[in-house]
Design a binder for this molecule. Structure first.
Ligand SMILES: Cc1cc2nc3c(=O)[nH]c(=O)nc-3n(C[C@H](O)[C@H](O)[C@H](O)COP(=O)(O)OP(=O)(O)OC[C@H]3O[C@@H](n4cnc5c(N)ncnc54)[C@H](O)[C@@H]3O)c2cc1C
Length: 407
């Protein structure tokens, strides 16, 4: 039994789990939340269904400057540990595609309500509408200024998240508290976010969605590629493949690299298969306009840009020959789109970067610089891929807070 008084700043995923785990271990825990209710990001996650975790936890799905730290935290803290925790709350999980796990109710609200019930049941004091504005430490005592007056404790946990989605409580405040106490930060950038382009043609294609492949080039050099939905928008491009690429783009743009996407609009068709298809469709005498002919295989909003980027001078179907078909195919499979920005933290699901993890003990999440200061969740320099990996990080770091073998 640990009788220290613990305050946790932030009642999101990590804060709620840390509060329950520490309170179950016999500690006196107060959980402070600036919003009028707890777990706002959980509530909107997975389009309201909450992609709560992923069955296939793998180090490669997490990103940090310090992979050794991530490996140590995850050691022994795979999906079954999270499943066991949620089962203990009475929440059953079910599996979707690619190992994605969801509450069986398919309602994010069940996750929040069961977490809240358990927190209250085990004695956690939850204080909403309580924004912490400053943190200090004198001797063994942390003193906090909050919108509900001063508070103090001997153990402090920062689970205040990242600046992603400020409308749901995303904030930089935890970084400010930590740096004031001596911690350093790894640069933060928006991730799992839509991308902006200054190219005007995308506006004309707004609303078009294709199952494609996006390759990222930075300063002309191939970086990586992702397959999935591509959704053209008024500001640029979105879709699952783009969200998955966005971490890399965000970091490269911050480095002032020139970023360009090369989009394959028909990845299921090899060049050869597409050549055969298109050649087989050409009728020698046909006066059909080329744009109309292309509508047989492509969304009509994309055709003008395909013709422009392929520099085709063909006007009628009968003018098509193998060389012209090759030019069209090259563009359909390599449509270029330069990217100059992301939609920013407001639209991002997570932030890269955060508290430098070389300053944190991966077993207990305690600061190596300040005794009895702990971190959990997205505030740390760790972010995950789409698919439940960010919540996995929040849950397991929450469970690890001050979890020594003495308990
Ligand atoms: C739209 C959206 C959908 C998402 N969907 C998924 C998904 O399906 N699966 C997945 O794995 N991940 C998803 N994520 C990411 C996931 O929500 C986060 O990674 C996770 O919530 C991080 O947990 P956390 O506890 O570290 O931070 P948060 O959940 O952000 O909690 C931090 C809390 O701290 C509070 N706070 C901040 N500063 C203060 C202060 N000074 N005083 C008091 N309180 C403060 C905030 O209000 C907030 O409630 C999604 C994110 C978004 C934005």
């Amino acid at each position: 039994m640990n009788n220290e008084k613990m305050i946790i700043i932030g009642a999101g995923a990590a804060g709620l789990v840390a509060a329950i785990a520490r309170s179950r271990a016999g500690q006196r825990v107060t959980l402070l939340e600036q919003n009028n209710k707890i777990g706002k990001k959980i509530l909107v996650s997975g389009n309201g269904k909450c992609n709560i975790d992923n069955r296939y936890i793998n180090l490669n799905r997490f990103h940090s400057q310090n992979h050794d730290f991530v490996a140590e935290v995850l050691e022994g803290y795979d999906f079954p540990v999270v499943e066991k925790f949620f089962t203990s709350l009475g929440l059953e999980l079910e599996e979707g595609k690619e190992g994605k796990m969801f509450p069986m109710s398919l309602q994010a609200s069940s996750v929040v309500e069961l977490l809240e019930y358990e927190a209250i049941r085990v004695g956690v004091e939850i204080v909403c509408d309580c924004a912490v504005t400053s943190v200090d430490k004198k001797g063994d005592t942390f003193t906090l200024e909050t919108s509900q007056g001063a508070k103090s404790c001997t153990q402090l946990v920062l689970t205040s998240g990242s600046p992603a989605a400020p409308q749901l409580g995303g904030s930089n405040s935890g970084y400010a508290f930590a740096t004031k106490l001596g911690h350093t930060l790894v640069p933060r950038h928006p991730s799992l976010v839509q991308l902006c382009s200054e190219e005007t043609w995308v506006k004309g294609c707004a609303g078009v969605k294709v199952a494609g492949l996006a390759k990222l080039y930075a300063n002309g050099e191939y970086i990586t590629e992702k397959k999935g939905d591509l959704l053209f928008t008024n500001y640029g491009i979105s879709g699952l493949a783009i969200l998955d690429l966005s971490r890399e783009v965000s970091t490269r743009l911050a480095n002032f690299d020139y970023c360009e996407l090369s989009l394959d609009l028909m990845p299921e068709y090899s060049k050869e298969k597409l050549t055969n298809l298109l050649l087989s469709r050409v009728k020698q005498e046909s006066e059909k306009p080329i744009g109309l002919w292309l509508q047989g295989v492509l969304n009509k909003k994309l055709i003008a840009i395909i013709l422009e980027q392929s520099k085709s001078r063909v006007k009628l179907e009968k003018e098509l020959n193998r060389k012209e078909i090759n030019k069209l195919i090259h563009t359909i499979k390599n449509l270029k789109l330069s990217v100059n920005d992301t939609k920013g933290f407001k639209s991002a699901e997570v932030a890269t970067g955060g508290i430098n993890t070389s300053e944190v003990n991966p077993q207990t999440m305690e600061s190596k610089l300040i005794d009895n200061l702990f971190f959990a969740g997205e505030i740390l320099d760790v972010d995950g891929d789409r698919g439940g990996f960010n919540f996995h990080w929040a849950w397991v770091t929450g469970l690890r807070v001050n979890n020594t073998s003495k308990d």
